[in-house]
Every structure is written in C-alpha cells, then in structure tokens.
Design a protein around this ligand. Structure first.
Ligand SMILES: [Fe+2]
Ligand SMILES: [Fe+2]
Length: 275
C-alpha cells in the first residue's frame, strides 16, 4: 500500500520538485490494485503536483470526499477537467450543505454546484452508512459521536432558511483500509473527533490492530483537554505510523513527535508513505 500526499498546508523541505502547498488536503492512495483520490485540496494546484509526483490522476478508480469544506473540495473541478471522463465520487449528501465559519461569516463549503460537477463527469454515490467500496477499503459513513471530550468546532455553522445552526458536519467521513499489518485510517479533517473515528473504524472492520493514521486531525483549534485526552488514547494504541498534517497544527505535531518519536512523521506535500 502506498499513500502520496499530493497537497497539504506545507511542502517537505527535502523535496525540490517545485511542489506547491496550500491550506487543504489531497491524498493519493494505492492499495491492492485500486487507486483512490481522497480529497482535492483547495484550488486545483493538486493537478500539477500530481504530475510532478508521477501520479496519474486519470488512473483513479474513484474519488472520495472527506467533507464539503472548500479546502478539501475546491480542486474538484480542475481534477474532473483533467481526468476528462466519468468517475465515481463517494461523498455524504451534506457535502453540499451551506457550511459557514464565524466570526466573519465566511462561506467555507464546496465552491461548485452539483450539476456543474456532474456535467464534468462526476458520478456521485451517496454514502450515509459505512460502505466497503473496494475489497478491504471502507468509507466510514457518518461517524457516531461517542466521546465526551471531542467537541465540534464552535466557529462552524450551517445556514438553513437563513437561520444559523451549529454545524454537525455529518458529511465528515474517513477511509478505513485493512492490511495484513492492521488498519490504516485516512482522515480528512476529523471533525467527528479522531478518537470517535478510530473507534468506529474498529467496529466497522472488526479489526482492533491500528497500523497507521494519516491525515488531518483538527486538533489545532481543539481545547487543551481534548488534545490531552486524545494523546492519552493514542498512547494506548499500538500503532506504527502517525502521519498527521493539515489541521493538526505545528503545536500538536510537535507534541506527537515528542511522545511518539519515530512513529510520527509530518505528512507534508510530497511525502510518500509505503506500508
Ligand atoms: Fe480542512
Ligand atoms: Fe474541514
């Protein structure tokens, strides 16, 4: 299994390939002959990064959208134009809900209409419950929110009939991949809570051994208590790779490094994780 970080907030300093970083996330996942594009970054720069990294986006068997935020879906139009043929896109229906962020009431949802994307070849496959999309590869579906310490980001809200409501981000989904070394969990922004997602992964796949966790953890804006409890939980898991990036933030990333040593690596743009 191979995971290539096509784009995220930073670029690995040892990779002089003219790669571009941006606030967002896009990962290329290859497992048992299947190729999946997980998220598309913010602007479409992911297309050029993929070329520079030797990844052919036209070979994707499917696209999976972790949620509707612009930094994960904004590259979708450019990606579809580049692929140039119909492709399945697994997403939760709320990927098109009106996601906003305070304090400046900024629209942070997907910047395209569904019909526009369908016109470019998007074949949306709506996911609500966990679904095995390819052998040993599941899209999480809605993640049960069970922990008491993982809180939704209070700055985020949705607009419904001009009313502001807290955004439950039900569209937040992850990928669970079963390998012979254990589970690999791919996070978008982990808005449902990283621990909730890991527990859900174990339930869905009936696999208790966590091998790797890769992607955004959304711990940057989390409370001290949430960060602490998450670290305690992770320390009890016998994982081998934690490649956090994007909304993890440098403060939490440093903590990961301090606690987990060589098991942690920052998943910057251009990083390739082979399992
Ligand atoms: Fe994000
Ligand atoms: Fe997000």
């Amino acid at each position: 299994m191979k995971i290539t970080v096509l784009i995220e907030n930073s670029v690995g300093v040892l990779i002089p390939m003219g790669l571009c970083g941006e606030h967002g996330l896009s990962l290329w996942i290859e497992h048992e002959g299947y190729k999946i594009l997980f998220d598309t970054g913010q602007t479409g720069r992911v297309v050029e990064n993929a070329l520079r990294l030797g990844v052919n986006l036209k070979e994707a068997d499917a696209i999976v959208l972790s949620h509707g935020h612009y930094d994960h879906t904004g590259g979708l139009k450019s990606v579809l134009e580049f692929i140039g043929k119909p492709i399945d896109i697994y997403a939760h229906k709320d990927v098109f809900s009106l996601h906003y962020a305070s304090p400046i009431d900024r629209y942070i949802g997907i910047p395209f209409r569904k019909e526009e994307l369908e016109g470019l070849g998007a074949n949306f496959k709506w996911i609500k419950e966990h679904t095995e999309i390819f052998p040993n590869i599941w899209v999480s579906g809605e993640v049960p929110r069970k922990t008491t310490f993982e809180k939704m980001d209070e700055r985020l809200y949705i607009k419904e009939d001009d009313k502001k409501l807290p955004d439950p981000i039900l569209d937040d989904m992850s990928l669970f991949i079963k390998t012979n070394k254990g589970l690999v969990i791919i996070l978008g922004c982990a808005h449902s809570g990283m621990v909730n997602i890991i527990e859900h992964a174990k339930d869905v796949t009936k696999e208790n051994k966590i091998y790797g966790i890769i992607g955004g953890t959304h711990l940057e804006p989390a409370s001290g208590k949430q960060i602490e409890e998450t670290l305690v939980y992770l320390a009890r898991q016998d994982f081998s790779i934690l490649a956090a990036n994007h909304c993890t933030g440098l403060k939490v990333a440093s903590k990961f490094k301090e606690i987990f040593g060589n098991k942690f690596r920052f998943g910057a743009t251009g990083e390739v994780i082979t399992i």
